[in-house]
Structures are given as C-alpha cells and as structure tokens.
Design a protein around this ligand. Structure first.
Ligand SMILES: Nc1ncnc2c1ncn2[C@@H]1O[C@H](COP(=O)(O)OP(=O)(O)O)[C@@H](O)[C@H]1O
Ligand SMILES: [Mg+2]
Length: 234
C-alpha cells in the first residue's frame, strides 16, 4: 500500500485578540492508501484543526503537507479549492445537509463539480437508503442523515475521506453502523479514511492510531489486529 499523505512538522497558530493559540505543534505523520486512521484526543487537543489542515480548509502556519507527492501547503486559494473538490470528502458531526434538498439532491449537488463522481443513486443505495431518496433531511433520523452525508462524501469519489466526530450526535447502535460504513470505505473501496473522535474505545478500531494532546502528537502507531466494530464496546 502506498503513501498518500506526508505531514512534516505542521504547526498551526491562531491569533485571537493579540494572543497566540498554538492549536497544533510540530505534527508529523504518514497516511497510507486504503487505511482507516483514528485521530483520538480530548476536546481542545487540536483534532479539528489537524483535520481542517489535511482537508485544505485551513493552512498550516509552519510545516509541509504533501499529498500524492504534491505540496499542498503552498497552494493558492484557487488550488486549495480544486484540492478540496477533487481529493477530499468531508463528513461532519451534525451532517450539514441542505435542508431544502432531498436526500438524492444533496448527493447530486456534491457530484456536480466532479468528473469521476459515482452515481448518486448508487451512493445512497450503498448506505442502505435507496428507498429514502425523496425524503428531506427533516424527515430522516440522525443516523439516516449521517448516512446521506456519507453517501454525499463518497459519491464525489474522493481519495481521502475525512470525518470529524461523525458519531458525536448519534446513539450507540447508530454510531456503530456509521463506523462500519466508514470502515467499508477504507477496506473495500480503498479510500484513505480519517476519523476524529474523543472516544478512546475506538483506539483498537482502525489500522492506524494518532493520539493528540495539547496540540501535539503523543502516539502514532499501526494497529496490528484491528477489532471489528461489533467487538468494541463503550
Ligand atoms: N479558528 C480558531 N481561532 C482561534 N482558536 C482556535 C480556532 N480553532 C481552534 N482554536 C483553538 O485551538 C485549540 C484546538 O482546537 P480544535 O482543533 O478545535 O480541538 P478539538 O477538535 O480537538 O476539540 C483550542 O484551544 C481551540 O480553542
Ligand atoms: Mg473538534
């Protein structure tokens, strides 16, 4: 399996009212194709900052981010927009669906700007929602809305799928179903999947664990025998 991303000494400093907040400090790691990475850490550890930098939604203050051999940290705004559109799928904690579009229209909208996008109906079917395509988000449960959001992200056919606390608003069983879907994207569709969570029970779930604390990576290791989500309890 090839290396898809290499982060070197990424530091992110936010300046708020004259005060500097070091949200991320000297983060270096490698992500491999077709793997599931768990980024674990308490609230305020810098998880979202790291995910936003990886996803081209934010730029590092220092350091370098190389994706498929290309230096993303030097991209212009325009190149970053292209990077987000072509390479990245994003799944958020609160789904972020368009409330006035149906499930299918939400997925279609995401695929419109993408050349090698998947069929929106197939994407919805792959998350078990073929029958709900005409429903608006308000007519779907939280878990169903998150599945639409996953369909929307994967329909773009991104190289990297980034998920920020994707089960944070879901109940236990529904959360597990969503995690199983994301694992499938990594291991069957060969996407590079990154899941941010504060749930330490997930430290044995992925292939790769990165732990963050106070903006620094304190653990970075491959998981030799990852557990299927059915065998994990919290
Ligand atoms: N846009 C921002 N402006 C100022 N400070 C920020 C911003 N985003 C995050 N931070 C600060 O950076 C630190 C890490 O935040 P974040 O990445 O959101 O952590 P996590 O996702 O792990 O909870 C926190 O102290 C937070 O207050
Ligand atoms: Mg966060």
């Amino acid at each position: 399996m090839g290396i898809i991303m290499q982060a070197r000494n990424i530091t992110k400093v936010y300046k708020v009212g004259g005060i500097e907040v070091k949200a991320l400090y000297n983060a270096s790691f490698v992500l491999e194709e077709g793997t599931l990475t768990i980024i674990l850490g308490p609230s305020g550890a810098g998880k979202s900052t790291l995910l936003n930098v990886i996803g081209g939604m934010d730029v590092p203050t220092y350091g370098s981010l190389e994706v498929e051999g290309v230096e993303v940290s030097r991209f212009t705004e325009r190149e970053l927009a292209k990077y987000r559109r072509e390479k990245i799928g994003f799944v958020f904690q609160f789904y972020n669906l368009m409330p006035n579009l149906t499930a299918l229209e939400n997925v279609e909208l995401a695929t419109e700007l993408k050349k090698n996008a998947k069929n929106p109906r197939s994407a919805l079917a792959s998350v078990g929602l073929a029958e709900r395509e005409k429903n608006f988000p308000g007519q779907l449960s939280g878990g169903e809305q998150q599945r639409v959001a996953i369909a929307r992200a994967v329909a773009k056919n991104p190289t990297i799928l980034l998920c920020d606390e994707p089960t944070g608003a879901l109940d236990y069983e529904t959360g597990k179903e969503v995690l199983a879907l994301l694992e499938k994207e990594a291991h069957e569709e060969h996407k590079t999947v990154v899941i941010v969570t504060h749930n330490s029970a997930l430290s044995r779930f992925g292939d790769h664990l990165i732990k963050l604390k106070n903006g620094q990576i304190i653990t970075d290791r491959q998981i030799k025998n990852p557990k299927p989500i059915e065998d994990i309890d919290w």
